[in-house]
Design a protein around this ligand. Structure first.
Ligand code: GDP
Ligand code: CA
Length: 305
C-alpha cells in the first residue's frame, strides 16, 4: 500500500512517525508545507521539512517539540552577543543542516533535490517532498498589520488575531517534482493533524495539488489537530474560532470541504454531524504507541469511506 501524507511541522512530524511505524517507510511520501520557509542570517531555513526530517531520522527533540535532541546554542549566543539577528532559534546541530542546504541552494539546486540529498544522508527511506520548489510564503493579515509567517508566529508569538491568510507566490507555484506522482500513485491520502490554515493551507494553495485532491480516485482522510476543541499547541483553535466560527469537528471539516472523505477526531470532541464521516479515537500523540495507533485509525478509516 502506498500512502501520501500532507504535513506541516510538529503535528505532521509526530503523525508521520506513526505512519511509518505501520506502513513500510519506502511506501510513504510526505508532501510538506514550505510557507514558513525563511532566510535568516543568510541561510535558507525550511522549518517544517526539518521537523519532519528530524522526526523520521530519530533526531528530533521530543520534549521541546521542534529542533534536534542534544542541542546546544553556542552559535546563537554568539550572534546575540554580537548584536546579530537572534529572534529565530537555531541550535548548533541544526545550523549544520542549514549550512549544507544553503550552499546547495546557492549552487542552484532546487529545494526538492536538496531535501532528497538530506533524507538520503540521514538514512530516511520516506520520500520527503516540499509542496513546491518555487517561493511560496504565508502572510497573515491582522488588525495590527500584515506579517509574514515567522514574524507573526515567532517574533510576535502569534498573538495577533488573524483576519486573513495569504500565500504569496501561490498563483505561480507548481508542485515540486514527485508531488503529483505521489498523489496519483497513492492508495490513500492522509492529511496530518497539522494547522489547517498555516500548515495544510499553503500546500493546498498550489492549484495543481488542490486539483489533484479534488479529482482523487482514492480516499482522503484528515486527522483533526484539535482535542476537546483546543489545539494541542499553537493557534489552530483561535484561528478556527475567528475564521470558521467555531472549533467543532464540523468546523475542521469545513477547512477541507470537497477534499476529504473522513475526519479522525478525538473522543473529547462531540461527534455531531461534521458533514463527512467521522472516526472517533484517542488522537493525542504522547508517545510512539499513541502515534502508531492514531496512524492505524486513520488508515482503518479508509475501509469505511
Ligand atoms: P507546525 O508547522 O510545527 O506548527 O506544526 P503542524 O501544523 O504540523 O502541527 C501543529 C498542530 O498539531 C497544532 O494545531 C496542534 O494542535 C496539533 N498537534 C500537536 N500534537 C498533537 C497531538 O498529539 N494530537 C493531535 N490531534 N494534534 C496535535
Ligand atoms: Ca510550520
Amino acid at each position: 500500500m502506498k500512502v501520501a501524507v500532507l504535513s506541516g511541522g510538529v503535528g505532521g512530524a509526530r503523525f508521520l512517525s506513526g505512519v511509518v511505524d505501520v506502513i513500510d517507510p519506502a511506501n510513504v511520501s510526505a508532501i510538506v508545507n514550505v510557507g514558513d520557509d525563511l532566510e535568516v542570517l543568510g541561510m535558507s531555513v525550511s522549518p517544517d521539512l526539518d521537523s519532519v526530517l528530524y522526526a523520521l531520522a530519530g533526531l528530533a527533540d521530543e520534549e521541546r517539540g521542534w529542533g534536534r535532541a542534544d542541542e546546544t546554542w553556542n552559535a546563537l549566543a554568539t550572534v546575540e552577543a554580537l548584536g546579530g539577528e537572534a529572534w529565530f532559534r537555531l541550535g548548533d546541530r541544526d545550523l549544520g543542516l542549514h549550512l549544507v542546504r544553503t550552499q546547495a541552494r546557492r549552487e542552484g539546486k532546487p529545494l526538492s533535490a536538496v531535501t532528497a540529498q538530506l533524507t538520503a544522508a540521514l538514512g530516511v527511506e520516506t520520500t520527503l517532498l516540499p509542496a513546491t520548489d518555487e517561493p511560496l510564503r504565508t502572510w497573515l493579515d491582522t488588525p495590527n498589520g500584515s506579517f509574514d509567517f515567522q514574524q507573526w508566529f515567532v517574533a510576535r508569538s502569534h498573538r495577533d488575531a488573524v483576519d486573513r491568510v495569504r500565500f504569496d507566490g501561490a498563483a505561480a507555484a507548481r508542485p515540486a517534482p514527485g508531488v503529483l506522482d505521489a498523489l496519483h500513485e497513492a492508495d490513500v491520502i492522509l492529511i496530518a493533524p497539522s494547522n489547517p490554515y498555516v500548515s495544510i493551507g499553503p500546500i493546498l494553495a498550489v492549484e495543481r495539488i488542490r486539483a489533484a485532491l479534488e479529482r482523487r480516485r482514492v480516499p482522503c482522510v484528515a486527522v483533526s489537530p484539535l482535542v476537546g476543541g483546543k489545539a494541542v499547541k499553537g493557534p489552530a483553535a483561535s484561528m478556527l474560532q475567528r475564521l470558521e466560527g467555531g472549533t467543532t469537528p464540523a468546523h475542521v471539516a469545513q477547512c477541507y470541504a470537497g477534499l476529504i472523505d473522513a475526519l479522525v477526531i478525538d473522543e473529547a470532541d462531540a461527534d455531531d454531524d461534521a458533514g463527512v464521516r467521522t472516526i472517533v479515537t484517542k488522537t493525542l500523540m504522547r508517545d510512539a504507541a499513541a502515534r502508531r495507533s492514531l496512524a492505524e485509525a486513520a488508515l482503518d478509516a479508509v475501509a469505511l469511506t
